[in-house]
Write a protein that binds this ligand. Structure first.
Ligand code: KG4
Ligand code: ZN
Length: 385
């Protein structure tokens, strides 16, 4: 903890109270940097959560064209873009590096080669400008983004569904999470991405620039979900874990069968892609909703959620999906929980969520390091159960 260093870079400004009397407030500013997967993101926030400047470079199209994320390619793209993205966020914010209170950067979990670029850049930056450094856990950042937008008190239940994770946890504090369930194999987003690729959705005129999950959601809108039946995973297992590998297998078998029937070659589109998308999306939504329902019942039975306004927060890229949100709303309405999902742009990876996590840590004086301390990244790092 560096209280002196933290106070050193605050900006003092005069504001008026409700009674009209002038008083001075100290504003603090955090630069957040995200490079854990395939988005190079940076943002500058003040301690009220106001976004002063942000910039995001997405590698999505490159990885779609390559048929998946190739880590050295992701690393090279982060390397090429990080300086520009950080400079853009700073320029847009009007904040000089000298005025920053701290720099917060994702150090876990993620792709080692991608994390390394953000961390190397940040290390050099904080040493050059002699700023405190706040290492950030990417999933904690997803879980806490909602508090930048709504006054949500701890504890709350959080469902995180992204390309790399599917988990349910009780958020008890900014760095205290009780893991209730996680995926036993693949993540929800990864499964949607791989099935979208298997269906060659990149060759669909409306889907060429969409992530797998986005493509499935778009096509599902016009599909008949009853045209295919995929079994919901883990029906006999009474816990809060997830599993998507078996579902992927079922869908792949159905696709192969249809391809044989229609005489469709590799790279061509099946006539029934919309129906497959609708049935797949429904099964994913139903699996997520069932495990979330179980987690809510568990928390209620153990008195883990507050009586007043118990809340389910949903975030991560897959949480952008409207169908999944609506399915979860049925669960929260039935159990008396309040459902909160950040808007889509804050569900997928970005620099804002990292800067906000830095602000939360700054306010509580947790996990703040000096610019000269050694920090390493940890590609695989999950919440403890
Ligand atoms: O959180 P995120 O941006 O990156 C990770 O930390 O993984 O999530 C990306 C994932 C991808 O798998 C993508 O297909 C999925 O989120 N996704 C969606 C939607 N938008 C993005 N899945 C379903 N429906 C969507 N609308
Ligand atoms: Zn993420």
């Amino acid at each position: 903890m560096l209280p002196c260093a933290l106070n050193g870079a605050a900006r003092c400004c005069m504001e008026r109270s409700a009674s009209g009397r002038a008083f001075s407030t100290v504003r603090r500013f955090v630069l957040g940097i995200e490079t854990s997967c395939d988005e190079t993101g940076a943002a500058v926030l003040d301690d009220t959560g106001a976004i002063l400047g942000e910039s995001l470079h997405s590698q999505k199209q490159t990885h779609l064209d390559a048929g998946g994320i190739i880590p050295p390619v992701a690393q090279q793209l982060h390397r090429e873009n990080i300086s520009r993205v950080v400079q853009e966020a700073l320029d847009r914010s009007g904040i000089e590096p000298s005025e920053l209170t701290a720099v917060a950067t994702t150090v876990k979990p993620g792709l080692a080669l991608s994390l390394g670029i953000g961390l190397d850049f940040s290390r050099k930056f904080v040493r050059l400008h002699e700023k405190p450094f706040i290492p950030i856990h990417h999933m904690e950042a997803h879980a806490l983004t909602v508090r930048m937008l709504h006054p949500v008190d701890f504890p709350f239940l959080v469902l995180l569904v992204s390309g790399g994770h599917s988990l349910l946890a009780l958020a008890k504090g900014i760095d205290e999470f009780l893991l209730l369930g996680q995926t036993l194999d693949a993540a929800a987003g990864d499964t949607l991405d791989k099935i979208a690729r298997r269906l060659s959705l990149r060759n669909h005129p409306e889907c060429s620039s969409l992530s797998g999950g986005q493509a499935i959601e778009l096509l599902a809108k016009e599909g008949d979900r009853l045209a295919f039946h995929f079994k919901s995973p883990m029906g006999q297992l009474y816990d809060c874990n997830f599993s998507f590998a078996g579902l992927r297998n079922q869908v792949t078998l159905a696709i192969s069968k249809k391809e044989r029937e229609e005489g469709v070659e590799k790279g061509q589109l099946l006539s029934c892609v919309k129906d497959i998308a609708a049935a797949l999306q429904h099964t994913v939504a139903s699996h997520i909703a069932k495990r979330t329902h179980r987690a809510i019942l568990f928390c209620k039975s153990k008195g883990l959620l507050p009586q007043h306004n118990p809340t389910l927060v949903v975030s991560g890229g897959v949480a952008s999906n409207e169908y999944i949100r609506q399915t979860l709303k049925i669960v929260t309405d039935a159990t008396g929980l309040h459902l909160l999902c950040p808007p889509s742009k804050f569900c997928t990876d970005n620099g804002v969520m990292i800067a906000w996590n830095g602000i939360e840590r700054l306010k509580q004086g947790k996990g703040i390091m000096s610019h000269s301390e050694e920090v390493n990244y940890e590609p695989k790092h999950y919440f403890r159960s």
